[in-house]
Design a binder for this molecule. Structure first.
Ligand code: ADX
Length: 225
């Protein structure tokens, strides 16, 4: 049967223990800190350095990282095929086409919604090159309780620096034409227009960048000074 928006076949159940109750019990708020930037820009290192600081302060956090999420929730077709077969893998496996990235970010955004509802301060580290995909996540998170619970941090590291670092050797392969749709080389990156924070990823260590990001969280009242 076709599902109509007017006659939903799946209904929402209101939870008895709400996000607000969880936040009150733990003493800090929940929300999403969304890092975006090129591969090799330093998102993961910054995210981990920040996560350590927050964890040591007793903040309940969770880190969603592109490379890790693409091993499970957003697995590639090649990963799914052995267990699920080719048709399934082609339908649900994700690569790097614009539509696959859209679905990657949609799934991650949805996972972040669940973690926020669980009371966590969620840090995400995804290239997330398309503005529309990032904005959609923001809209959904902000709609959860009509609050600015989404902060976008642009890890703005020049392409030349990312390519020089090339921690996974992927830029080299992309330049050789061995990886298609590689962000910055053969695929676009749309920088945020009004991020809550822009960091020069080439101008500091992960610890220094984490300190600056912590400053944003303190300024916004997400964590105590
Ligand atoms: S996103 O664009 O869909 O947000 P995501 O953050 O999940 O990307 O994954 C990016 C990581 O996948 C990169 O850090 C890099 O290691 C790897 N990767 C493999 N192929 C590509 C590609 N074509 N473009 C960008 N990153 C790629």
């Amino acid at each position: 049967m076709m599902e109509s928006p007017l006659q939903p076949t799946v209904v929402w159940h209101q939870e008895s223990v709400t996000q607000v109750m969880r936040e009150a019990a733990q003493g800090h708020r929940a929300g999403v800190l969304w890092l975006t930037g090129l591969s090799g820009s330093g998102k993961s290192s910054l995210a981990n350095a920040l996560d350590q600081r927050l964890f040591s302060r007793g903040i309940r956090t969770f880190l969603l990282d592109g490379d890790n999420v693409r091993h499970g929730l957003c697995a590639t077709p090649a990963m799914l095929e052995p267990l699920h077969g080719q048709a399934f893998a082609e339908r649900f496996g994700l690569g790097f086409s614009p539509q696959d990235r859209e679905e990657n970010i949609r799934r991650v955004g949805t996972a972040a919604e669940l973690l926020v509802a669980a009371g966590l301060l969620v840090i995400t580290a995804f290239v997330s090159p398309y503005r529309r995909d990032r904005d959609r996540v923001r809209q959904r998170i902000e709609a959860m309780r009509q609050a600015p619970d989404f902060l976008e941090v642009f890890v703005d590291t020049p392409l030349e620096v990312c390519e020089q670092r090339d921690p996974k050797g992927l830029y080299r392969l992309a330049r050789q034409g061995k990886i298609a749709h590689f962000t910055g080389i053969s695929d676009p990156y749309e920088p945020p227009l009004t991020p809550e924070l822009r960091l020069d990823g080439s101008a500091g260590s992960p610890e220094q960048l984490a300190q600056q990001t912590l400053g944003l969280l303190e300024a916004k009242g997400w964590v105590k000074r």
